[in-house]
Structures are given as C-alpha cells and as structure tokens.
Ligand binder design. Structure first.
Ligand SMILES: C[S@@+](CC[C@H](N)C(=O)[O-])C[C@H]1O[C@@H](n2cnc3c(N)ncnc32)[C@H](O)[C@@H]1O
Length: 196
C-alpha cells in the first residue's frame, strides 16, 4: 500500500502545494503520517529538526534516501499520531499532509498535536476532504466505503477545517480548491493554523 500511495501522493505536481504548506514552519517540528518523506526536501531552512510519526515500516524504508539527502535531521519518534511519545509543549510546529484522511481517529491525533505544541505553535496541513458541491459530496459519501477498503482507510468525506477548529487551532491562512483530478478526490485544503 505505501507503494500505491506513493504513486498518488508522490506526484511531483503536489510539490508546489507541499512547499507552500511547509513555509512558515520553524524550529522543532513533528510530522504526523510522515509516509515516504515527500515533504522532507521541501522544509524551509528555518526548520531545525523533524520528528516523524509513521506506522508503516515500508513507507519509512522508502523515505530513507530523502532523509539521507535532507539538510535537516529527521528521526522517527512514534508510530501512531493518536498517541505521540513527546512531552507537552515540546514542539514549535507540526505538519500533516494527506494523513488526516487516513488516521482512524483524527480528533485524537489533533488533540495530541495540540498537546505537544507550545502555545502559539504552528500546525500546517494539506488535505483532501468533503467537497462544497452537494452532488460531489453525495458521490463521495457513496464511494467512501470502497475507498476506505482499497486505499488504506482513506476517507473522502472528512472536513479538515472543522476538525482543526474543533481541536483548538485558529486558522491564519487558508486556500481551498479543486485539484486537477476528479473532484471527489481532489477538494484540497491547505491551511496554516496556530495553537490557541
Ligand atoms: C496517504 S499517506 C500520506 C503520506 C504523507 N504524509 C504524504 O503526504 O505523502 C497517509 C499516511 O498516514 C499514515 N498513517 C496511518 N495511520 C496512522 C496513524 N494512526 N498515525 C500516524 N500516521 C498514520 C499511513 O501509514 C500513511 O503513511
């Protein structure tokens, strides 16, 4: 499955959006759902250390070359975004790209991110989710059970904006739009938030 995910998430067409998502992060960063490390080359020089949380050993192996070539140190600190073995307030920022769709309990993961961020710490995300067009959303709800089975638990109908708001993050910058692929899979949200 990490190899199949790499075919979609690893598409270099996402690199511009990924770079916009990492922009503004600095210091010690936790990245949940790190995957194969596609964000690693795109972290800005202000980032001092990346603490990766990723359950898939295959994805972690696939990340090794990107990690070795990275100007920033990357270490794996945990396996589950819903339970992160880091101290309260110990990180300056956090990143999540295309993983809030997959983590079984995204509210629990965001609660963990909030706990380990210092007050005022940044949480940046890039995610697909429920579309604003009711016909597209209805289609997403219909195909979601199949999508979850064939795509490693990936949901189509989660609302990243509602999730981060409910978890206690204030949005400071947001861009939402359809991407180039079929609308049900590409209503994208790129957001920068601050831990309140
Ligand atoms: C669609 S991939 C995205 C990977 C990467 N963030 C990217 O942008 O290419 C979703 C990732 O979430 C990871 N994941 C699944 N459950 C998780 C959990 N409970 N905690 C953290 N990551 C999880 C998967 O192993 C997978 O690597």
């Amino acid at each position: 499955m990490p190899r199949l995910i790499a075919l979609s998430c690893g598409n270099s067409a996402f690199n511009g959006l990924r770079a916009q998502t990492t922009a503004g992060l600095s210091g010690r960063i936790v990245e949940i759902g790190f995957g194969s490390g596609y964000n690693v080359p795109l972290y800005p020089p202000t980032v001092e250390r990346v603490l990766a949380v990723e359950p898939s050993s295959t994805a972690w192996r696939m990340a090794s070359q990107r990690i070795a070539a990275a100007p920033v140190p990357v270490e794996q600190v945990g396996l589950d975004g819903q339970s992160i073995p880091l101290e309260d307030g110990s990180c300056d920022g956090a990143l999540c790209t295309f993983a809030l769709c997959t983590i079984p309990d995204p509210a629990a993961a965001l609660s963990e991110v909030r706990r380990i961020l210092r007050p005022g710490g940044r949480f940046h995300l890039l995610e697909h989710g429920v579309a604003p067009d009711p016909r597209v959303a209805a289609f997403q709800h219909r195909v979601e059970p199949v999508q979850r089975r064939i795509a490693d638990g990936c949901h189509l109908t989660r609302d990243p904006v509602a999730l981060v708001g409910d978890a206690g993050f204030a949005i400071v910058d947001i861009d939402q739009r359809y991407g180039a692929w079929p609308k049900a899979w590409t209503y994208l949200t790129r957001a920068a938030t601050v831990r309140t």
